[in-house]
Design a protein around this ligand. Structure first.
Ligand SMILES: Cc1ncc(COP(=O)(O)O)c(C=O)c1O
Length: 358
């Protein structure tokens, strides 16, 4: 793919953030973005890396009315010697195209997906924060832009990549989170769009997110849509349970959960640490009973945002169920350390997961 790099004038450069501690998530964006359009049945080369600027849409654009929007969430990690690492970007490129197929959108070539990210990162690397746990968050996005009403797949698309310097997921240090179990609202049914990273899945989660907040919880745990019995995933993470000596996480087979890159990596790391990992559905009753009997010693989430995040309690049926005295478990800590050490280049990557950029 040919990429034109537009030169920016002095006034196009934004002031840099003042402190890395106050970055938060998704609040500021770097100077440039990557953009390419799909029209007349083809990606219109050259792609452009240009000033970060609004995307102009016709008010009737398909994405605005019928939800043809997909995205990815990835991070660029700054190593101690100031290089930039990507973590398994080919997995995100593949998931992006799987989302595209489900939403009847065009696919974007995986090599171009990774090259676009790399080129943009080379230009924007000074925006990557340095403090522990920080990163340059990467958001590849595609929307259907064809104007006109009437439900149909768009003929035209824009694919773009934006970058956002992000603070640590746990600004006050690695700690347990409280999770609200959604008993009424559901996220995805078999045959639906649960395994696609598409905007509507997240819009549908907002209402129960408010309920979770009212109960002091920062995340929602979804149960399966049919029986509301089996645990599936959390708002923006997959979830694992250490039950007796084994580690359980929901299977991908029903297509109702997002196949997390961190989930797949966590399964591999846990197996290599000697654990048996079972991709089997656990019922919420088993989980609650296990929390009280002590059979469940640890619960943790996995995702790009947090990497591994320990869960301190589940709010279910009007009651908070405390896990492991709200203390971080050894397995969660070990997985968190191992994964972060690989991502930030502190240990050798035996897996070939790291793609150094610059
Ligand atoms: C619904 C959902 N589940 C799981 C995940 C975790 O996926 P990953 O590990 O690829 O970030 C995410 C994050 O993108 C998500 O939005």
């Amino acid at each position: 793919m040919k990429i034109d790099i537009e030169s920016l004038s002095k006034s196009d450069f934004k002031p840099k953030y003042k402190s890395e501690e106050s970055l938060g998530f998704g609040k500021i964006f770097t100077d440039r973005m990557f953009v390419i359009k799909y029209e007349k049945g083809a990606w219109q080369e050259p792609a452009t890396i240009k000033k970060f600027s609004p995307v102009i849409l016709d008010p009737s654009a398909i994405c605005l009315h019928y939800g043809q929007t997909i995205f990815e969430g990835m991070k660029a990690y700054r190593t101690e010697d100031s290089h930039i690492n990507l973590f398994r970007p080919e997995k995100n490129a593949a998931r992006f195209n799987s989302s595209a197929r489900r939403m009847m959108m065009v696919e974007f070539p995986p090599d171009a997906f990774i090259d676009g990210i790399k080129e943009l990162l080379v230009l924007e690397k000074d925006w990557a924060p340095k403090s522990p746990g920080t990163s340059l968050y990467i958001r590849p996005t595609m929307i259907g832009t064809e104007p006109g009403l009437g439900v149909r797949p768009s003929t035209d698309y824009i694919f773009y990549i934006i970058l956002s310097p992000s603070g640590p997921y746990f600004p006050e240090g690695f700690q347990c989170v409280k999770i609200f179990v959604s008993e009424f609202y559901i996220r995805a049914a078999p045959g639906g769009t649960g395994s696609a990273k598409t905007g509507g899945n997240y819009a549908a989660s907002l209402l129960v997110g408010k309920e979770a907040e009212e109960h002091g919880c920062s995340q929602v745990l979804w149960l399966d849509a049919i029986s509301k019995k089996y645990v599936e995933e959390v708002g923006a993470s997959n979830i694992f349970f250490v039950y007796e000596d084994d580690i359980y996480t929901a299977p991908l087979t029903l297509g109702t959960i997002l196949p997390g890159v961190t989930r797949e990596s966590t399964i591999q790391l846990a197996k290599d640490m000697g654990f048996t990992v079972k991709e089997e559905a656990l019922s919420i009753e088993t989980v609650i009973e296990g929390i009280h009997s002590g059979k469940i010693a640890e619960v943790f989430m996995s995702g790009t945002a947090a990497s591994i995040a320990p869960v301190g309690s589940l709010y279910y049926q009007n009651k908070e169920h405390i896990i492991n005295n709200f203390e971080i478990g050894d397995i969660s800590s070990k997985l968190y350390r191992t994964l972060s050490d690989i991502q930030y280049g502190r240990v050798d990557d035996h897996y070939g997961w790291i793609v150094p950029v610059c």
